[in-house]
Structures are given as structure tokens and as C-alpha cells.
Design a binder for this molecule. Structure first.
Ligand code: CU
Length: 196
């Protein structure tokens, strides 16, 4: 009887140790910028052969959390913004991108949302427009949700997607205006019980 009990507790300790090792193995992955939420719920800011870009999931379920994770080196490419803007606000031509950071253009408008004046510092971060979370697309005349990465490596932000299902959120970077993307917001799949 005693032998059996001690056998069980040894297995228990082994299970605990395995669990602990698994946890420790996960920790460096988080620190190296793998993201907390996984690729389905993360917008990665990347720099590779394809240049500077956002890598975003195609869809996200309304109400779920969306992380934005900067994996680029701020010392090499500077900081970024993840700024929700209307589709029409994204600069589409080289000329539009060139003048983006001048008065009456969207990059400068985004800087103003962040409380930046002239070459001054970012004073508001994140910019929270509309309801809490990612829901409001800004324009020249309307403030949108926006996050400035700052200059710390692997900076990230997590917020709920509060935009309505059936809409699309468009986003761009005010510092590199050729960086942009979009995510379709979809309705949660109904539970099997609710369907029957
Ligand atoms: Cu950028």
C-alpha cells in the first residue's frame, strides 16, 4: 500500500516537473516576440525581404482580442504606428505617400491624434476613439484608434476588436505610409446548442 502511494506521488512530481519545463520553454518564445495571442489574433510589424510591412490575419471574430506586435528594430527602421483609418484615407500613390506628413494629410493628422505638435513628443498613446478597443477608423476630419510603438524592441498592445461584425478595419503606419492592411471582422460561430 505504501509502495503504491509513493509510486503515485513520484508520478505526480514528474508531471509537475514536465509542466514546469513546458512553461519555462514557452517563456523565451514570448520574450523573442512570438506574440501572446498567436498569429490568428496578431498583427505583426515585420521587416524582411518584402520590406517593412504589416502581417495580419484575414479575419477576426468581433469581440476577440487583437494584439499588435512590433518585431522590427526601432534603431534601424524607427518606430511605427498602427492607426485605424478609413479605406479612402490610405495614401495610394507615391506622391500621396511623399506628402503624407504635411498639413491636411493623413500621417500628420494621425500625429495630431497622438498629441504631437511639430517635432514634439507623443503625448497620447494609445489614441482611443469611439468605444473602447479597435473600432473607429479615422480620417482627416475624424480621430481614429491608433497606437504608437515607441522605440522599445518587441513592444505590443492588446485590445478587443469592438468594430461590428461585417465591417472591415483598415490600418496604416503614419511613419511609413506605404505600410497598410485590413482585417475583416466576422461574427462569432454560434454554439451548436444554440443552433439546435
Ligand atoms: Cu511603420
Amino acid at each position: 500500500m505504501n509502495k503504491r502511494l509513493s509510486g503515485v506521488s513520484t508520478r505526480g512530481i514528474i508531471a509537475l516537473a514536465v509542466g514546469l519545463i513546458a512553461t519555462l520553454a514557452l517563456a523565451p518564445a514570448l520574450a523573442s516576440g512570438a506574440g501572446e495571442l498567436g498569429p490568428a489574433n496578431t498583427v505583426f510589424i515585420k521587416a524582411d525581404k518584402g520590406g517593412l510591412r504589416f502581417e495580419a490575419p484575414k479575419t477576426i471574430v468581433a469581440g476577440e482580442e487583437l494584439e499588435v506586435l512590433n518585431t522590427t528594430n526601432p534603431k534601424q527602421v524607427g518606430p511605427h504606428t498602427f492607426s485605424l483609418v478609413t479605406k479612402g484615407s490610405i495614401p495610394k500613390t507615391p506622391k500621396a505617400r511623399q506628402v503624407c506628413f504635411t498639413p491636411k494629410h493623413i500621417c500628420m493628422a494621425i500625429a495630431k491624434w497622438h498629441g504631437v505638435s511639430g517635432n514634439g513628443p507623443v503625448k497620447v498613446n494609445p489614441v482611443e476613439a469611439g468605444a473602447e478597443g479597435w473600432d473607429t477608423l479615422g480620417s482627416l476630419t475624424k480621430k481614429g484608434d491608433s497606437w504608437f510603438t515607441g522605440t522599445k524592441p518587441n513592444a505590443s498592445i492588446v485590445q478587443k476588436v469592438t468594430a461590428a461584425a461585417g465591417t472591415t478595419i483598415y490600418f496604416m503606419c503614419a511613419i511609413h505610409p506605404w505600410m497598410h492592411g485590413s482585417i475583416e471582422v466576422v461574427a462569432p460561430t454560434p454554439l451548436p446548442l444554440a443552433a439546435s
